[in-house]
Write a protein that binds this ligand. Structure first.
Ligand SMILES: Nc1nc2c(ncn2[C@@H]2O[C@H](COP(=O)(O)OP(=O)(O)OP(=O)(O)O)[C@@H](O)[C@H]2O)c(=O)[nH]1
Ligand SMILES: [Mg+2]
Ligand SMILES: [Zn+2]
Length: 310
């Protein structure tokens, strides 16, 4: 390996097998490897350098680079690495400020439980969450308006879009402007299509929905960060089929349903898990309609799952 000539900082755009694509501060994009054995021994699916990371790297004469160090991460969006017997963390992306969960209203159908999972991991990571209801061209508004209202009442911004006819794509673009966001959601929801509509130059691969299953076949296979100009960074992700929670305690799950917060303190018992217990203010708010029953149902299901694992 030729000697490095200088050390610079860069942003990790994507990770491939033992290779990282990095944007230098000047704008050039280069391929890098990791320095030393220390890094490469973090096996078992763990990536020591993930998309979104800021790294210090040495430039080689052949135009590639060697990553020397990962700078401290401001935020980390993680899930449970699927298919392992021992629980492990998979960092999806680091340093983002916003999670835009893209849900499809048409095919695939709106999966509120999965949406609630995304919202919880976003809250746990301390990110701002925005919800996109995509494919409004396929479903009349009266069918999705109640669901949108439930999330708006929970304090989330819901943007109904269509990548096909361009509805509200400019509104989504303005939410992305000037910050670092990640688009996530089920395969086939239209994440890449929306990014292509916002920025046609990206030319991201999108795929047809399989007619047989009605499910999306994965078109995007890698988490990839793009610069949309200026300070606007956005990451496209593959549709995650599984989204297990990493390091979320059952006792803190209620806090990650932000609309519950004002009621939590009013429950009769401290540490009430709202499952339901006597004098539970959360449950009462669900009964009066002040809190959305489907959200509460999600909370109970996710709480069960966390307790089983604990
Ligand atoms: N009718 C309609 N179809 C859409 C819309 N947005 C995307 N699609 C279609 O939905 C399919 C999936 O779109 P993608 O952009 O590949 O979805 P994705 O979320 O990126 O999927 P993965 O990369 O697999 O996670 C494609 O056939 C798109 O043409 C929309 O607003 N309306
Ligand atoms: Mg995609
Ligand atoms: Zn309670």
């Amino acid at each position: 390996m030729s000697e490095t000539s200088s050390t610079v900082t860069g942003r990790v755009l994507a990770c491939y097998h033992n290779e990282w694509e990095i944007a230098l501060s000047g704008g050039d994009i280069i391929r890098c490897r990791l320095r030393g054995r220390h890094f490469s021994r973090l096996a078992d699916g763990q990536k020591p350098v993930v998309p979104g990371d800021l790294v210090e790297l040495g430039l080689l004469r052949d135009g590639s680079g060697v990553i020397e160090r990962t700078l401290p991460r401001e935020t980390v969006l993680s899930r449970l690495l699927p298919g392992r017997r021992r629980p492990r963390e998979q960092i999806i992306i680091s340093n983002v400020k916003q999670l835009v969960t893209v849900a499809s209203l048409g095919t695939p159908r709106l999966n509120r439980r999965l949406l609630d999972r995304f919202l919880v991991i976003s809250e746990a990571a301390g990110l701002r969450s925005i919800i996109v209801f995509n494919k409004t061209d396929l479903v009349p508004e009266k069918e999705w308006r109640p669901a949108a209202a439930a999330y708006e009442n929970a304090g989330y911004e819901v943007i109904p879009t269509s990548a096909t006819d361009g509805t509200n794509v400019d509104r989504l673009a303005s939410v992305l402007a000037g910050t670092f966001s990640v688009l996530a959601g089920p395969s086939g929801a239209g994440k890449s299509s929306l990014l292509n509509t916002i920025s046609p130059g990206l030319g991201l691969r999108v795929r047809e929905i399989s007619r047989k299953s009605g499910k999306g076949k994965h078109a995007t296979t890698n988490v990839t960060v793009f610069r949309l100009g200026g300070e606007t960074l956005v990451a496209d992700t593959p549709g995650f089929r599984e989204l297990g929670f990493w390091r979320i305690r059952p006792s803190e799950l209620d806090y990650f349903f932000p609309e519950f917060r004002e009621y939590i303190a009013r429950c009769r018992f401290r540490g009430c898990n709202h499952s339901p217990e006597p004098g539970c203010a959360v449950k009462e708010a669900v009964e009066t309609g002040a809190l959305n029953a489907a959200r509460y149902d999600s909370y109970l299901k996710l709480l069960e799952e966390l307790k089983e694992r604990a």
